[in-house]
Ligand binder design. Structure first.
Ligand SMILES: NC(=O)c1ccc[n+]([C@@H]2O[C@H](COP(=O)([O-])OP(=O)(O)OC[C@H]3O[C@@H](n4cnc5c(N)ncnc54)[C@H](O)[C@@H]3O)[C@@H](O)[C@H]2O)c1
Length: 272
């Protein structure tokens, strides 16, 4: 197996894309720690993994919470080789009507700050406290889950897009800084996946568009996929997990500072 003897930490791994990544890493032989703001779901998910696993609760946007969680992982597994910065989008506790208003000028400063904290500061904080442990192992791999929203103008999701563009930029800067320590840093840009993120987006679309008021949320999503994805199908958490496994493995030993789209060709229509 490609990740035998490795230890991986996945933030936001209790559900959705992060859970898919955790499953793929575990199937390739890594010991996996799942750290999510939702502690009970983290533990539940860890309990379903094939190999050694640990589920912890922490708000990854706070150094004061992710720091002790990282120390607990090191205590349990003896070190860390792979960090997947996946936590993002939201905690599930947001008031949809707060973020349902379109237009930049309708953003409250509080909503802006929350988006930047959940989608960018999480990557900063988890990386900062984990890098010393990767260095101690003589190298490692960081994979940041960004989004295609980082790569295109997105007035509907302006704060989210700005945060994810920040993740892509941070990926490049860290890749350069950490290269002498043989720590590689790459980003993955997923396209459209039916997770809690798109449940929230379709709820928002129903609020904004009267014609969608009576349409099933899953059908709204499938309509977006049909219109927007050249390959004609949605992407899955396992699609993302398989790329993360590759980027974390020695097969990618000379790949760093890249952002790779897993979007069924969506961005080809944006000219990139
Ligand atoms: N679903 C998509 O179509 C899509 C597309 C592009 C990028 N992404 C990105 O993929 C990642 C995963 O999203 P998802 O679609 O699986 O959403 P999700 O809501 O299903 O999962 C996100 C997970 O992150 C956790 N989380 C949120 N804030 C946290 C915090 N501060 N500390 C710790 N955990 C926190 C949540 O509890 C949840 O378990 C996100 O970074 C998202 O931006 C998703």
């Amino acid at each position: 197996m490609r990740l035998d003897g490795k230890v991986a930490l996945v933030t936001g791994g209790a559900r959705g894309i992060g859970a898919g990544i955790a499953r793929c890493l575990s199937e390739e032989g890594a010991a996996v720690a799942v750290v999510d703001i939702d502690g009970p779901e983290s533990e539940k998910l860890a309990g379903t993994l094939a190999g050694p696993a640990l589920g912890l609760g922490a708000d990854v946007s706070q150094e004061s919470e992710i720091g002790p969680a990282v120390e607990r992982v090191v205590e349990e597994f003896g070190g860390i080789d792979i960090l997947v910065n996946n936590a993002g989008v939201g905690t599930g506790r947001e008031d949809i009507s707060e973020i349902a208003m379109p237009g930049f000028e309708n953003h409250s400063q509080a909503a802006w700050d929350t988006q930047l904290a959940v989608n960018l500061r999480t990557t900063f904080a988890a990386s900062k406290v984990t890098i010393p442990h990767l260095r101690a192992r003589g190298g490692g791999s960081i994979v940041n889950i960004a989004s295609i929203a980082a790569l295109m103008a997105s007035p509907e999701l302006v704060a989210y897009g700005a945060a994810k563009a920040g993740v892509v930029h941070l990926t490049r800067s860290l890749a350069l800084e950490l290269a002498p320590h043989d720590i590689r840093v790459n980003a993955v840009c997923p396209g459209y996946l039916w997770t809690r993120a798109w449940e929230a987006l379709t709820a928002m679309m129903k609020l904004r568009t009267p014609e969608l008021a009576d349409v099933d949320q899953r059908d709204i999503f499938l309509g977006v996929v049909k219109r927007g994805v050249p390959l004609g199908r949605e992407q899955t958490p396992e699609d993302i997990g398989k790329l993360v496994v590759f980027l974390a493995s020695d097969d990618a030993r000379n790949i760093t500072g890249q952002e790779i789209k897993v979007d069924g060709g969506i961005m080809l229509r944006m000219g990139t």
